[in-house]
Design a protein around this ligand. Sequence first.
Ligand SMILES: [Zn+2]
Length: 161
Amino acid sequence: MSIDRVGIGTDLHRLAAGRRLVLGHVPIEYDKGPVGHSDGDVVLHAIIDALAGAAGLPDIGEMFPDTDPAYKDADSGRLLTAALERLAQAGYAVVNVDVTIHAERPKLSPHKAAIRAEVARLLGVDVQAVSIKAKTNEGMDAVGRGEAIACTVVAGIKRTR
Ligand SMILES: [Zn+2]
């Protein structure tokens, strides 16, 4: 399957006690979670921006303004679904996404398969088209001190018409 365009997306959220950690729409047991207007799912936010970038669409902040009460604590799965509709309207479909999560803690290896399956389900693609990688930051900077969690995504898309 050929790729017509590629895009990159990044996201970062501060972590705070008493917030729920959700990565790629999968709830993860941890004592901290992202601070954000929506649920702060860095994986889905970076995927949305990668797809928007590939298709030349407005970025996530323009599509879903954080001043809009409709997106307060929003399930980012809803945001991704809306972004996929925009992508389809623009005449594109997802080919693959390559996801790297940057987190010192918690350990993500036990969760990668579940995140991969859920991201594939949300995108409507085969699991083979989704890669989930996790890296620590070797103790360096805010991510390394466990104060933040971040994600980098590259997405490939193809023209549908
Ligand atoms: Zn975000």
